[in-house]
Design a protein. Sequence first.
Length: 189
Amino acid sequence: MHTESITSQLEEALSSKKAFLDQADKLDQIVTIIESAVKSGGAVYACGNGGSACDAMHFVEECVARYKMERPGIKAHHLCDPGTITCWGNDYCFEEVFERQVATLMSEKDILMVFSTSGNSENILRALAAANKLGAHTIALLGKKGGAAKSLARTSLIVDSEQTSRIQEAHITAVHIIVETLENSLFST
């Protein structure tokens, strides 16, 4: 049987999520930043690599479509389009795939929200630098100790875990909390 291993994994998952109790104010800050940008006509752009790309897309679809409430969409777009990424990666380099999109699509009224378990992916670091250059607000959902992205993002939420799976699980919890709070704040009557 696998009960001992399963129990251990569940305890690790609970522990990483429990650490979020100490970061409720950081989640509130992120919601307030996004809320302000949306009210001012800005949009949230999101990106990540691998499972973190899926987290970025998950965040965007919850904003654009809906989470728990029937409501207008929240302006959001992910930078994970396979055609754009493979075109730029093939013709130039993979390290610039998000940087190019940030420089092309974003303005100072927008937000770049990056997802990275290490905080050290070159394409994420370049995207943050490009968004900062535009004067856009940068938010990073990170893991481990935050990596180099921690110092580039204006606002960081760091899951203090070394395990990629636990970091990503916590990031999805953060996504759901952020979107539900945005829905209630922006659209409740």
